[in-house]
Design a protein around this ligand. Sequence first.
Ligand SMILES: NC(=O)c1ccc[n+]([C@@H]2O[C@H](COP(=O)([O-])OP(=O)(O)OC[C@H]3O[C@@H](n4cnc5c(N)ncnc54)[C@H](OP(=O)(O)O)[C@@H]3O)[C@@H](O)[C@H]2O)c1
Length: 223
Amino acid sequence: MRRAIAILGGTGALGQGLALRWARAGEEVIIGSRDRGRAQAAAQSIVQLVGPSALVSGMENSAACARTKLCVLTVPFGSQAALLKELKAVLQAGTVLIDATVPLAASVGGRATRVLGVWQGSAAQQSAELVPPGVSVVAAFHNISSDTLHRDAAVECDSIICSDDEQARKIASELAEKIPGVRAIDGGKLENARIVEQITALLIALNIRYKTHGAGIRITGIL
Ligand SMILES: NC(=O)c1ccc[n+]([C@@H]2O[C@H](COP(=O)([O-])OP(=O)(O)OC[C@H]3O[C@@H](n4cnc5c(N)ncnc54)[C@H](OP(=O)(O)O)[C@@H]3O)[C@@H](O)[C@H]2O)c1
């Protein structure tokens, strides 16, 4: 079943990069923001890049969330819990919420190369605690650099996808593979998101050490 993709916090680096790639793939994308004008401006800039056939709109986060049962969360860890609490009333049962949040220490003024301890185990597990019943949380896209998404070239990176809901994991995997070069890897249960989130901090450190912006991962040895 084809659904529009609402990207909550979609005006940022990762959200815009994903929006660009999915719009290019012909998906309908709704960019969410705290500010409707900012969301519309971000949507307009994607349409300019992709062309007039692009199905991209912008609206306030809660309006975007209410429009579809497929949401992607791309906000800094420091605002993740507050935003989910705010969206509780509009998140519909049957929604797949794909969470890319990494609990980087930078989100609370620390270093981007460190992750914070999250009481629930990971940012994704924190989301799972905060969403209403019937909403399935999937952890995905943590190891894809926004920089690579904003380029034209294929994104040479795997996305390890974790969820306790197999069908939701499948939906997120299909979405990941709409991005040229990305391979979705079944990462199993949501609790494994803790490891995947930590890899992002390592990738940021590698970007600094190797003076690049596009470090990613490939899992070898599996078809
Ligand atoms: N950037 C990457 O390459 C990358 C890669 C993998 C994972 N991630 C993770 O993905 C998430 C987003 O990363 P990003 O680099 O795109 O972040 P970002 O650009 O700093 O922020 C994304 C958006 O979040 C919204 N936001 C900021 N503060 C907020 C608040 N207090 N309440 C509600 N919304 C707020 C803003 O949208 P509005 O101001 O329009 O509301 C902003 O444009 C982070 O958790 C990050 O760790 C990022």
